[in-house]
Design a protein around this ligand. Structure first.
Ligand SMILES: [Zn+2]
Length: 67
């Protein structure tokens, strides 16, 4: 969920299923009030997911048994 550090505003999956809509609502609240929004859902991490490269390589290479 996303929540305001200044007032009791918040939004979560229960009242807004779309994560993009929650982000938009959080931005709107920030723009309207200047309040600081914090997020605890981790839906949009600041960096790429920490996945091993071999996962992507294996997905890109053809399967040896497909010949
Ligand atoms: Zn607020």
């Amino acid at each position: 969920m996303k929540y305001c550090l200044t007032c009791d505003w918040h939004t979560s999956e229960t009242d807004e299923p779309s994560s993009s809509a929650r982000s938009r609502r959080a931005i709107e609240h920030y723009v309207e009030t200047g309040h600081t929004i914090d997020s605890s859902d981790g839906v949009v991490p600041p960096q790429l997911p920490d996945l091993p490269d071999e996962v992507f390589v294996r997905d890109l290479l053809p399967s040896p048994s497909s010949d």
